[in-house]
Design a protein around this ligand. Structure first.
Ligand code: MN
Length: 718
C-alpha cells in the first residue's frame, strides 16, 4: 500500500474544513509535544513513531471531530508509551484532554487475549470510559483503524489476535455508533488477516467479473435516472459492490458460494427531501417487482444507531435480486459517519448530552453491567448488544424496546423489570394472547400480564434469548433450590440428631459448634453445611460424629448406604437426572415403580432425599407441589426395574403357564405372580416383572396380549 505521509499541516487543513474557527495553536502545541515525547521511538514498520499519532489525529480530523479530539489523537500514546503523566497533560492541555487520554490509556492497558474475565473487564472499562466522554471511543477507533492498516508488520499470531478483537469488539462498536464506513473498513481489514484464503477468493472472484459488473451498474443507474426524471425528480444514483466481509457473511448465512451471491451490488438513491424518498420507493416498485418481506422503513423507525434509510429488494431486469437503499443526503452522511456526523454540526457540551440520549443502548449496557457479575454473562450481553440484529417492539404506552431477534414476551418482561419478568404469567401481542415462547416481531405491541404470586419456570430457559432474562431466571432458581436444600438438610439433620440425643434447634441457636463443624467440612456458613446435607454431599452422621464429644463417639460406623437412601453417584443414580441438582440422594418410589422412559417427577422427602415418582402417580398427586422437583432420565439408565402388570383373561387352565412362556420369550424376569378368579368367571392375574425400560415393557405387554384367551393386559401402579 502506498501511503502518503501525513504532516501536521494536512491535519490542520482538514480541521479547518470542518471547523473554520478551531483553535489551531493547541493542535500545534500538541504536535510539538508528541514529537518530543516519542523522539527516538519507532514503529514496527521502521517509521518514526510520530507517524502513528499523526495518522490517528488525521483520521479524527476527517471524521469532523473537534480540535480537542484531534489534540487527543496526537497525544493518545504519550501517557502509555512515554514518560508523560496525566498531570502533565492536564497542565499543558487542560482537563478535558487529560480526561480523554486517561480513558484511552485505561482501555489500552488491559490485554484482551487472556481469560474471559479479563475480556469482560476490558469491555467494561471501555464502556465506562465511553460513557464518560464518547470521544474516548472515537479516538480509540481511529487508533485501531491505523493499527489495522499497519497490522502487516506484526507477528502472525499477534495479527490474528488483534484482527479477532477488531472483528468482535471494535467493528460492531463502530456499527453501533452508526459509523458505517469505518465499520466496513475494520471488518475487511480483520477479515483479511483472519481468513486470508477466503478473502483472496472473493477478491479474485470480484476482479474476474469487474467489467461485467461495471456495465450492469451503468445500465441500472441509467434506468433509475430515467424513471426519476420522468417524475421531475433529481437524485444521485450510486451502485457499488458490497464490502468483502459483507459478502462473506452472506455466503456463510445462506451457505452459498460467491457465484451464487446475486446481490453483490447495492444501489443507493440519494434525494433532497424525505417526501422524495417515499415517492422514489413507489417508482422503483413500479419499475421492478419488490421481493415480499424485504422492504424496511428505517426512516419511520430509525435504528438505535440513528441510521435512517428505506431499504427494498426488487427483481431486476435479468431476474436477479437487487438491493436498493433510498435516503436523503443528510441520512447518507449519518449512515456513513454516524456519531461523528452529529459532531460536525453542534456545540460540544450539547453533543455530549444529545449522544447520551441518542445512544440509549449504551446507557443500558452500563446499567446492566452492574448486575452481571459473571464475566461470561457480561460478555454475552455486550456481544448481543453490539450486534444490531434486533427487533423493535412497543409497550402499550408506546415506549420502544429493542430486543435481540427471536426474543419472547419473557425477554420483554425482564427488559422492563426483573419483577415483571418473575411475575409474568402471560402476554398479549397486538391485543391477542400468545404463548410465553412466542417470537416477537418488529413493531409488535407487547403487554405483559403479571400475577404477584407467580414465579419463574425453569422451562423459560429453553426459549429466552436475552442474557438478562436468562441470568435473572437462573439466579432465581438457584436461590430457590438452595433454600429448598437448606430446608431439606435441616429436616434430615433434625431427625438423625434426635436419635443421637442432640437438639438441632439448640445447636442452631448457639451456632458455635455447628459453625466449627461447618469449617471442618470446608463450608463457610452453617447454611452451607445444611445445604450440603440436603444435597447429599455430606451425611447427617458425618455431622453428628463431629458434634459429639470424643469419648462419647461410637466407633465411627462405616456408612453403609441403605437400599432406599443411597449416596448418589453417577452409577447408582439409576440414570436419573434431577434438574439443577447433580448430587442428591435419589430413590425410586415403590408406589408407582418408575422405569426408564416414564415421565418422572422428583419429590423432596422429609429426611430421605428425593424420591422419583411417575408423573401420573396418585401418591405424588397428593403431595405438596412445593416439594416437587423436575427430573428426567439421563439416557444412560441401565439395569432392570420392577413393574406391576395386570392380565384379564378367560379363566382356563394352563393359562398361567402360557403367560409365563410369553414372558420368558420377551426376556422379562418374573418376580411375583398371583391369580384369582372373578365372579363372572374371568381370570385376574398380577405379575411383578423386571424390564429395562418402557420400550421393553411395551414388547412384553404385546407378547402377553398375543397369548390365547387373554382379554387385556395393563401396567398398574401396584
Ligand atoms: Mn496508538
Amino acid at each position: 500500500m502506498a501511503v502518503r505521509i501525513i504532516r501536521i499541516n494536512d491535519i490542520i487543513d482538514e480541521v479547518l474544513v470542518h471547523h473554520p474557527e478551531a483553535d489551531i495553536s493547541l493542535i500545534q502545541k500538541a504536535y510539538v509535544f508528541s514529537a518530543q515525547s516519542h523522539e527516538g521511538q519507532t514503529r514496527l514498520s521502521g517509521e518514526p513513531y510520530l507517524s502513528h499519532p499523526l495518522e490517528v489525529s488525521y483520521l479524527i480530523a476527517q471524521m469532523g471531530l473537534d480540535s480537542v479530539s484531534v489534540v487527543c489523537g496526537l497525544l493518545h500514546d504519550t501517557v502509555e508509551d512515554t514518560n508523560t503523566s496525566l498531570d502533565d497533560l492536564d497542565e499543558l492541555f487542560g482537563e478535558e484532554v487529560a480526561d480523554i487520554i486517561n480513558g484511552v490509556t485505561k482501555i489500552s492497558q488491559i490485554s484482551f487475549d487472556k481469560k474471559i474475565d479479563q475480556q469482560a473487564e476490558y469491555i467494561r472499562k471501555m464502556i465506562l470510559a465511553m460513557s464518560h466522554d464518547i470521544r474516548v471511543i472515537l479516538v480509540k477507533l481511529a487508533d485501531r483503524v491505523h493499527n489495522m492498516r499497519t497490522l502487516g508488520y506484526m507477528k502472525p499470531e499477534s495479527q490474528k489476535r488483534v484482527a479477532r478483537e477488531t472483528l468482535d469488539i471494535f467493528a460492531p462498536l463502530a456499527g453501533r455508533l452508526g459509523m458505517g464506513r469505518l465499520k466496513a473498513e475494520l471488518e475487511d481489514l480483520a477479515f483479511y488477516y483472519l481468513e486470508p484464503e477466503i478473502y483472496q477468493q472473493i477478491q479474485d472472484g470480484l476482479a474476474r467479473k469487474r467489467g461485467e459488473r461495471e456495465q450492469y451498474i451503468k445500465e441500472i443507474t441509467a434506468m433509475i435516472q430515467e424513471k426519476l426524471a420522468s417524475q421531475g425528480l433529481k437524485g444521485e444514483v450510486k451502485g457499488r459492490s458490497k464490502h468483502y466481509f459483507g459478502i462473506y457473511r452472506k455466503m456463510q448465512a445462506q451457505r452459498i458460494s460467491l457465484d451464487q451471491v446475486y446481490d453483490l451490488i447495492a444501489f443507493r438513491i440519494i434525494l433532497q427531501t424525505l417526501a422524495e424518498c417515499y415517492e422514489t420507493l413507489g417508482l422503483i416498485h413500479s419499475l421492478w417487482r419488490p421481493v415480499p418481506g424485504r422492504f424496511k422503513d428505517y426512516i419511520g423507525m430509525p435504528k438505535t444507531n440513528q441510521y435512517r434509510s428505506l431499504h427494498t429488494t426488487v427483481i431486476g431486469p435479468y431476474g436477479e435480486r437487487m438491493e436498493i437503499q433510498i435516503r436523503t443526503q443528510e441520512m447518507d452522511k449519518i449512515a456513513e459517519e454516524g456519531i461523528a456526523a452529529h459532531w460536525a454540526y453542534k456545540e460540544r457540551r450539547q453533543v455530549q448530552q444529545d449522544d447520551n440520549l441518542r445512544f440509549s443502548w449504551l446507557r443500558q449496557i452500563i446499567e446492566w453491567q452492574k448486575d452481571l457479575t459473571n464475566p461470561q454473562d457480561f460478555l454475552n450481553t455486550v456481544r448481543m448488544e453490539l450486534y444490531p440484529e434486533d427487533v423493535f417492539v412497543f409497550t402499550p404506552k408506546g415506549e420502544i424496546k429493542e430486543l435481540p431477534k427471536g426474543s419472547t414476551p419473557v425477554d420483554f418482561a425482564y427488559a422492563i423489570h426483573s419483577e415483571v419478568g418473575h411475575q409474568c404469567t402471560g402476554a398479549k401481542v397486538n391485543g391477542r394472547m400468545v404463548p410465553l415462547k412466542h417470537e416477537l416481531q418488529h413493531g409488535d405491541i407487547v403487554e405483559i400480564i403479571t400475577s404477584p404470586s407467580h414465579t419463574p419456570s425453569r422451562d423459560w430457559l429453553q426459549f429466552v434469548k436475552t442474557t438478562r432474562a436468562r441470568g435473572r431466571i437462573k439466579q432465581w432458581l438457584k436461590t430457590v433450590e438452595r433454600e429448598r436444600s437448606i430446608t431439606l438438610g435441616r429436616e434430615i439433620l433434625e431427625r438423625e440428631m434426635r436419635k443421637a440425643g442432640l437438639n438441632l434447634g439448640k445447636l442452631l441457636k448457639s451456632g458455635e459448634d455447628l459453625q466449627r463443624v461447618a469449617r471442618e467440612m470446608s463450608y463457610v456458613r452453617i447454611d452451607d453445611l445444611l445445604a450440603g446435607v440436603g444435597f447429599g454431599k455430606v451425611s447427617a452422621n458425618q455431622v453428628i460424629t463431629r458434634l459429639l464429644p470424643k469419648e462419647e463417639q461410637a466407633p465411627v460406623e462405616a456408612e453403609v448406604p441403605s437400599k432406599t437412601v443411597a449416596k448418589a453417584t453417577a452409577a447408582d443414580r439409576g440414570g436419573i437426572k434431577v434438574k439443577g441438582l447433580d448430587d442428591i440422594l435419589i430413590n425410586l418410589a415403590h408406589c408407582c415403580n418408575p422405569i426408564p422412559g416414564d415421565a418422572i417427577m422428583g419429590y423432596i422427602t422429609r429426611g430421605k432425599g428425593v424420591t422419583i415418582h411417575r408423573e401420573e402417580c396418585p401418591v405424588l398427586a397428593r403431595t405438596e407441589s412445593m416439594r416437587h422437583l423436575p427430573a428426567a432420565w439421563d439416557g444412560v439408565a441401565g439395569g432392570r426395574h420392577p413393574v406391576r402388570i395386570q392380565v384379564i383373561s378367560v379363566d382356563k387352565p394352563g393359562l398361567l403357564a402360557d403367560i409365563s412362556v410369553a414372558l420368558k420369550q420377551a426376556e422379562a424376569n418374573v418376580l411375583k405372580a398371583s391369580i384369582e378368579t372373578t365372579v363372572d368367571q374371568k381370570g385376574l392375574s398380577w405379575f411383578t416383572i423386571e424390564v429395562t425400560d418402557t420400550t421393553h415393557l411395551a414388547k412384553v405387554l404385546s407378547a402377553i396380549k398375543r397369548v390365547k384367551n387373554v382379554i387385556s393386559v395393563n401396567r398398574v401402579m401396584r
